[in-house]
Design a protein. Structure first.
Length: 336
């Protein structure tokens, strides 16, 4: 219910879950005893109306009183005259409305801050690569080289320039191992886990050649090693003057080298009503290239050690910024 965009199917599912949650909550903490009424706060009853009110006035994060309360608080902080406070408050509100109207009519009055920082690369559609980056082209080795060569369809890997950060269209900054592993542990932002949308079906064969894991298209969680821009020849390029237009044969492919997390554990996901998405790191066997434009948002993967069928496992559960669309992972027949 904290999303900016909510689909009808999500509202219907939410309404059903809330209808099941309220009587269970009251049965456990309230037990229909009059002397325990103080345990039931008004917000418990208010929650039951969230789904129905969203169909009438829109998403609660856009239509609730939180925004108005924040605005009143901000305007109150700007009052400097103790006399006649309500008139001063009204004047502050009028002044803000006038300024916002001018900015809406003439956007040049409010230019965005730092659109293209120094040493950045604008990839279009709101994606911007940010420093730091390699000062010189670098030769990669091992699994990195193999994955890049397979992605480009070349017998060997060309030299590349690695980038550390990526600014997403939603304003978040996605970081990478290339930057974070060079810092002290207390200085690490831990913002290298991202939500990726992949529309294609893929199969990963593990190094041991004994297990195959299939992933259908949908939202996946990945850990970024670094971002890079690969130069690849245009397949349908034809020109008689090859020397003069040699550069026209090349185009940049903006990609990120990542390792994937597994699909959420189905039992934990079902028992938590879709809230606890508990995944495992798949490691270097899941190393692959993804398009930068497939990255949707930055997420947090928090370590935890649940006991599943009597066995404790080292796993990570998903946490997202409030307001972002909730990740949906594949179909029910996918295996962890």
């Amino acid at each position: 219910m904290a999303q900016y965009s909510i689909t009808p199917s999500q509202l219907q599912h939410t309404c059903q879950l809330i209808a099941e949650w309220e009587p269970e909550f009251e049965r456990i903490f309230y037990q229909r005893h009059v002397d325990r009424i103080p345990f039931i706060r008004p917000c418990v009853h208010l929650t039951c109306h969230l789904a129905s009110e969203a169909t009438r006035v829109g998403s609660p994060i856009c239509s609730s009183q939180w925004t108005m309360e924040r605005t009143i608080g901000n305007l109150g902080q700007e009052i400097r005259q103790p006399s006649d406070p309500f008139s001063n408050l009204a004047q502050q509100g009028i002044r803000h409305c006038q300024v916002n109207t001018l900015k809406a009519m003439i956007p040049h009055f409010d230019p965005p801050d730092n659109v293209s920082p120094h040493a950045s690369a604008d990839l279009g559609n709101g994606y911007v690569l940010l420093a730091k980056r390699d000062k010189h082209l670098t030769t990669v080795h091992g699994d990195d080289a193999r994955v890049i060569a397979d992605y480009l369809g070349l017998p060997r890997t060309p030299k590349i320039c690695r980038w550390a950060c990526l600014r997403l269209p939603n304003g978040q900054i996605a970081r990478s191992e290339y930057q974070e592993l060079q810092r002290a542990l207390e200085d690490i932002h831990m913002a290298r886990n991202v939500k990726v949308h992949q529309s294609l079906k893929m199969t990963l064969t593990l190094i041991c050649d004994t297990i195959q894991i299939s992933f259908n298209g949908g939202d996946r969680i990945a850990e970024v090693h670094y971002f890079t821009r690969l130069a690849r020849e245009v397949d349908d390029w034809h020109d008689a003057n090859e020397e003069q237009n040699a550069q026209d044969r090349l185009q940049f492919v903006d990609v990120a080298l990542v390792t994937l997390y597994s699909n959420p554990h189905p039992h934990l996901l079902e028992r938590s009503y879709g809230v606890l998405a508990s995944c495992m790191k798949l490691g270097e066997e899941s190393l692959q290239m993804i398009k930068i434009t497939d990255i949707r948002s930055v997420v947090t993967m928090i370590p935890h050690r649940p006991v599943i069928h009597g066995v404790a496992e080292d796993r990570y559960f998903l946490a997202e910024k409030t307001g972002m669309d909730i990740a949906r992972f594949g179909s029910e027949n996918e295996e962890d």
